[in-house]
Structures are given as structure tokens and as C-alpha cells.
Design a protein around this ligand. Structure first.
Ligand code: ZN
Length: 238
């Protein structure tokens, strides 16, 4: 493994028997890794990384701000993601029930008390995210229990900084990261399957990966979608 540095950002450079270029920025501290085909030289890798610098910086920033993402104020006009789709937040003051509603595939209407704090608005939205995940996860678990022949005794949703999910094999309990409410449903399903696959194999070894490929043949693409980007190297001249 070698290292390239661009504008004070260290990038681990790895050459592998791969066809595409894969760029990832990992939690918790924003480590950057660039995997390139074996015949790609340092200079070409550097040029490629440079062309993706704004994306790298954006990803790194997600891990360095306190909340694990860019600072939000939860005011009207901000974009917020739900199930992989971007929506515009629309804050509506109400004396009625505080709630969150989707409207016209475009807006997240957030009904709050007049003069609500940022924290309160954030909490309302988080609880709505959590409730949506809690409504969706059981059907995935049921579906995959039948296919995989395992049982999950309990699941929970919590905000985690460095993992998309965890599995307590002994207690047959899985935890799912609240942040998955912002990602496409296939990402949520992939993490549920991943955690359930730990009931068959604890470690991330060959056996585990074979299970994943058997159950979700395109799991690597979904993993990339969650953790990084893959670029077709043929599009890049070097
Ligand atoms: Zn795992």
C-alpha cells in the first residue's frame, strides 16, 4: 500500500486486480482509500483523486462535524433525505399535534409549536425516522428469517457513529443505525441481511461473504452505495 497526499489529505492507495476505481471515505475519522487497477500508475491515481477532491472533502466533513453530518438548523428550505430521496423541509407552526408528513413527493412537512428550538425540531424528525424504520424492519426480518433459516429475537434502532448495524449473536438481537432512514430501502434491507448473516457466521470471513453473495448477489454494490463510490476506470484516461 502506498500513500498520496493532496491538499493535506492523505489517501491510501491500493492496487488490486479490479477493473473499476473505488474511492471510499470511512467513518469515524474520514480515512480516505483509493483502490485502483494494478496497471494504473501513481500519477494517474493522483489526477483521479484530484478530480474527486470536492466529493472527498464533503464526505470527510460529514465525519468531522459533531453530529456526523453537516450542520442543520431544521428550517424551511433545507434538504433532508428520507429513504434515499431528497425532500425540502417545510416547517409549519401549529397548536395541534406535532407531526411529520410527506407531501407531493417533494416536501417533508414538519408541524411544530411556534418558537420551537432546533433541538426540538431535530428530535421530531429523528423520532419520525425511527418510527418509519421500526415499521419497515419487521417485514424484512420475517422475509429473511424464512430464507436464511435463522431467528431474530429482538431488534432496535439507534444512532451509531461508526456502524450501519450490529448483531449480538448470543441474544439474537440486531441494532440498526437510525441514519439508514435517509438511505434507499435496499440499503436498509442489505444491513438487515448482513446482521442476520452474523447469526450464521460471526466474522466477516469467506464463509460470511459467500452467504451474502448467496442471499443478496449484488450486496457489494449496495455496500459501495453506503460507503463510497465506484467509477468505471475505462472512462478515465491514464
Ligand atoms: Zn458485520
Amino acid at each position: 500500500m502506498s500513500k498520496i497526499t493532496i491538499q493535506n489529505i492523505d489517501i491510501e492507495l491500493i492496487r488490486k486486480k479490479i477493473k473499476n476505481i473505488h474511492l471510499s471515505v470511512y467513518p469515524p475519522d474520514g480515512r480516505v482509500r483509493l483502490a485502483v487497477p494494478q496497471h494504473m500508475d501513481d500519477e494517474a491515481a493522483r489526477v483521479f483523486a484530484f478530480s474527486k477532491l470536492s466529493w472527498i472533502k464533503k464526505q470527510k466533513k460529514k465525519y468531522t462535524t459533531q453530529e456526523g453530518q453537516s450542520i442543520r438548523e431544521f428550517v424551511s428550505g433545507e434538504s433532508h433525505y428520507f429513504m434515499g430521496t431528497g425532500y425540502l423541509l417545510n416547517v409549519i407552526e401549529t397548536k395541534g399535534k406535532q407531526r411529520v408528513e410527506l407531501r407531493n413527493n417533494k416536501y417533508i412537512d414538519l408541524y411544530v409549536r411556534p418558537g420551537s428550538t432546533v433541538e426540538k425540531r431535530e428530535k421530531l424528525l429523528s423520532e419520525w425516522y425511527r418510527q418509519n424504520l421500526k415499521d419497515m424492519i419487521p417485514s424484512y426480518i420475517q422475509k429473511w428469517e424464512k430464507i436464511m433459516g435463522v431467528t431474530v429475537d429482538e431488534f432496535g434502532v439507534k444512532l451509531m457513529k461508526t456502524r450501519w448495524g450490529t448483531c449480538n449473536v448470543r441474544d439474537k438481537r440486531i441494532w440498526i443505525n437510525l441514519e439508514l432512514a435517509k438511505k434507499a430501502p435496499r440499503c436498509l434491507e442489505y444491513i438487515v441481511v448482513h446482521e442476520m448473516a452474523h447469526l450464521l457466521e460471526k466474522r466477516h470471513n469467506r464463509v460470511f461473504k459467500d452467504y451474502m453473495t448467496k442471499f443478496l448477489p449484488n450486496w457489494k454494490n449496495i455496500k459501495d452505495e453506503l460507503n463510497g463510490l465506484t467509477f468505471e476506470s475505462s472512462k478515465w484516461s491514464y
